[in-house]
Design a binder for this molecule. Structure first.
Ligand code: CUA
Length: 187
């Protein structure tokens, strides 16, 4: 039999739903609804999802903000690539830039202080993974995403790009320090 021929039974779709089929439809529907309502529930009570703010910006404008902060608050340079380590004032706006293929600059934040952490990309889509505390965020050019953060554990953190962004994606690593108030970290 070919699909070019009409079906033998014209109204082939109008069959009573089998009991087993009905049960599966109900199970699937209930599960859909559970999954649906878990989204807002987990956002509010899950303590994992942050309520982000995001703004449309021009990538060049964002890069300018980063450079302005780097110019004002660089405290030292690290590695043989002379990456600036920036310690912005407690409570201020802090800018982190993703670009092919690095995180810029190295930020040094004080424990117990609250910052507005801006994250954006100069060129391409990247993914920010903050290790070892498992924060994940999409980083997009043209969007300034702002997270209000209060680091609670001093130490050295690694920034890892977890969105494939080209041939050197695997080398896109960065660093972030959280230091006790009034001190300065070093590598
Ligand atoms: Cu940036 Cu992968």
């Amino acid at each position: 039999m070919s699909t070019l021929l009409p079906p033998a039974e014209r109204i082939w779709w109008k069959q009573p739903v089998d009991r087993v089929e009905g049960v599966w439809i109900v199970i699937a529907l209930v599960w859909c609804l559970i999954m649906f309502f878990m989204m807002p529930y987990w956002h509010v009570f899950g303590e994992q999802n942050y309520s982000g703010e995001a703004y449309r910006v021009k990538p060049e404008w964002y890069v300018g903000k980063v450079e302005e902060m780097v110019g004002k608050y660089t405290v030292r340079y690290e590695t043989d690539r002379e990456i600036p380590v920036v310690k912005p004032p407690a409570g201020s706006d802090v800018y982190l830039l993703a670009r092919l293929w690095s995180w810029y600059p190295v930020l040094e934040l004080e424990k117990g202080q609250t910052y507005r952490l801006h994250i954006s990309s100069a060129d391409w889509q990247h993914g920010l993974s903050l290790q070892p505390i498992n924060i994940n965020a999409q980083v997009l050019p043209g969007y300034d995403m702002v997270l209000t953060v209060t680091p609670t554990i001093a130490g050295q953190y690694a920034l890892v790009c977890n969105e494939y962004c080209g041939i050197m994606h695997h080398t896109m690593l960065g660093r972030l320090y959280v230091v006790e108030s009034g001190t300065s970290g070093s590598n």
